[in-house]
Design a protein around this ligand. Structure first.
Ligand SMILES: Cc1cc2nc3c(=O)[nH]c(=O)nc-3n(C[C@H](O)[C@H](O)[C@H](O)COP(=O)(O)O)c2cc1C
Length: 183
C-alpha cells in the first residue's frame, strides 16, 4: 500500500480524521492507493521500556492492535499521521503507537519513507503537537513532505478552516508529485 493515513484521535470521525481523509481522497482520485486507519477503536498498550526489542526488533507486547498497524506502517511509502491537541501535545493513543515503534529504531526500519504531519487544536498548542510528531519522524529518518495544523473544536469544524484546507491541498499535491509516474 502506498499512502497510509493514521488518525490518533479517539473521535472516529473527528477533525483529525476528516483532515487526513481529505488528503487521502485528493491523492486517491489521482489513482494512488490509500488506506485510512483510525486509532479510535484500537487497543494499543503503552511501551513498558523493557528494551527487549533491541534483540527482537519487534515489540514484545502481544494481544493488542499495535502489530497490525505497525505492519501497515512498514508497507507504506507515505504516512500521513495526525493527532488532536491535548494539553498542547498529541493525545495518548497516538503516543502509545509511536513509542512502540522504538522497536523499529534499532535497525532503522522506517528510514527513507515519506511523511506528512497533521495536528488539530481548538485554540492553542498545535505547535507542540507538531513538534512531537516531527520528533518521531526525524528520529526514524522519514523524509518530511510537510504539515497541516488546523483549528477546530467540534467534529467537522475543521473543514471550515480555509487555511488548513489550503495546506491539505498543498501536501496532497506533494504526495501526488512524489508517487505519480512522470512521463
Ligand atoms: C482532553 C482534551 C484536551 C484538549 N487540549 C487542548 C489544548 O491544549 N489546546 C486546544 O486548543 N484544544 C484542546 N482540546 C480541544 C481539541 O484539540 C479539539 O477539540 C480538536 O478539534 C479535537 O480533534 P479531533 O476531533 O480530531 O479529536 C482538548 C480536548 C480534549 C478532549
Amino acid at each position: 500500500m502506498k499512502v497510509l493515513g493514521i488518525s490518533g484521535s479517539m473521535r472516529k470521525d473527528g477533525n483529525t480524521a476528516q483532515l487526513i481523509r481529505y488528503i487521502l481522497a485528493k491523492v486517491q482520485v489521482e489513482g494512488i492507493e490509500t488506506e485510512f486507519v483510525s486509532l479510535a477503536d484500537k487497543d494499543i498498550k503503552p511501551c513498558t521500556g523493557c528494551e527487549r526489542c533491541k534483540e527482537t526488533k519487534w515489540c514484545v507486547i502481544e494481544g493488542d492492535d499495535w502489530g497490525d498497524i505497525a505492519n501497515r506502517m512498514l508497507e507504506a511509502e507515505v504516512v500521513v499521521i495526525g493527532s488532536p491537541t491535548y494539553y498542547y501535545d498529541i493525545n495518548g493513543q497516538l503516543k502509545n503507537l509511536i513509542d512502540r515503534t522504538y522497536s523499529f529504531y534499532h535497525d532503522r526500519k522506517l528510514a527513507g519513507r515519506n511523511a506528512v504531519a497533521v495536528t488539530v487544536c481548538a485554540d492553542r498548542g498545535c505547535e507542540r503537537s507538531l513538534e512531537t510528531i516531527e520528533g518521531f519522524l526525524n528520529t526514524h529518518q522519514y523524509s518530511y513532505l510537510g504539515h497541516v495544523c488546523g483549528k477546530a473544536y467540534m467534529p467537522g469544524e475543521i473543514m471550515t478552516d480555509e487555511r488548513a484546507v489550503k495546506k491539505a491541498n498543498a501536501v496532497a499535491a506533494k504526495i501526488i508529485n512524489l508517487l505519480q509516474p512522470h512521463d
